[in-house]
Design a protein around this ligand. Structure first.
Ligand code: SAM
Length: 264
């Protein structure tokens, strides 16, 4: 079975667990993480109060991207790997009725759960799309903000994801990501010793791979800030950057090394 299919099956099971047993929100679906490192604990009580219980319980992230993305009324937001919909629902509330929040996920069970949670939350300005983050099903220059919560580490082609984020963002658009990021001293083998690929650890980029990859994809003002350690030398991190007005000039020659470093 290929890695992407393994990931899809794991998160389909996580969605079913959130529906039937009340959840993976305590971190049990991201192996090697303790409950305070992953899931609902990373949201404030006020934010949790805005959400249906099942959206909170299905939370599998490693941060809180809506808190870092500084969303404004009327903006268009895209959440890569939207899972049970927690960050899409919060985004929809932040951008208001004149804005739009898109969630993109490849797992049918997660999409069904997210749509149910959004309906229960009473937000109408949301759209959940089926697809992969390496090939985003939205037009170029159509999004103000890309967010994502603990998903880019799961991609088997990180360079494609970074290039796709740059493509769909409007010039000057921004990213606010939460992800697992490795310290620069850890080799790919050392990352794999600390946890599995499907459990959000082995596939993590290092800080400098993230910075270089985003620069190569056409972003500027890149920052990668570690927030909490989730395994030895591996961190929950906040990743921010802005799309330059002229990304094409930089993109092509520099993308390939990130795909090699990030994949398996
Ligand atoms: C760790 S969960 C995080 C879910 C959500 N962001 C959250 O914070 O609860 C990973 C999610 O990303 C989705 N996913 C993983 N790889 C993907 C890919 N390449 N394309 C689209 N979705 C993907 C999975 O189906 C799953 O819903």
């Amino acid at each position: 079975m290929d890695v992407r299919e393994e990931i899809r099956l794991r998160y389909a099971e996580a969605a079913r667990a959130a529906e039937t047993r009340g959840g993976c929100g305590s971190g049990s679906c991201c192996e090697d993480g303790s409950p305070e490192d992953f899931g609902e604990a990373l949201y404030s009580a006020e934010e949790r109060g805005e959400l249906p219980d099942k959206a909170v319980l299905a939370s599998l992230g490693c941060g809180n991207p809506t808190a870092i993305a500084e969303l404004n009324e009327g903006e268009t937001v895209l959440d890569l790997g939207s899972g049970g919909g927690i960050d899409v629902i919060l985004s929809a509330k932040r951008v208001g009725r004149t804005g739009v929040a898109y969630g993109l996920d490849m797992t049918d069970e997660m999409l069904a759960l997210a749509r149910k949670n959004a309906a229960e939350a009473g937000v109408a300005n949301v759209h959940f799309l089926k697809g992969v983050i390496e090939q985003i099903p939205l037009p170029a220059d159509s999004v103000d903000v890309v967010i994502s919560n603990c998903v880019i580490n799961l991609s088997v082609d990180k360079a494609a994801v970074l290039a796709e984020m740059a493509r769909v963002l409007k010039p000057g658009g921004r990213i606010g990501l939460s992800d697992v990021v490795a310290g620069d001293h850890l080799s790919n083998e050392q990352r794999a010793e600390r946890g599995s690929f499907v459990g959000c650890i082995a596939g993590a980029l290092s800080r400098s791979e993230y910075v270089d990859g985003l620069g190569a994809a056409g972003f500027e003002d890149v920052s990668v800030e570690f927030t909490h350690e989730v395994a030895d030398g591996m961190h929950g991190a906040i990743v921010k950057a802005t799309k330059t007005s002229t990304p094409e000039a930089k993109r092509l020659p520099l993308v390939r090394p990130v795909a090699q470093a990030g994949c398996c």
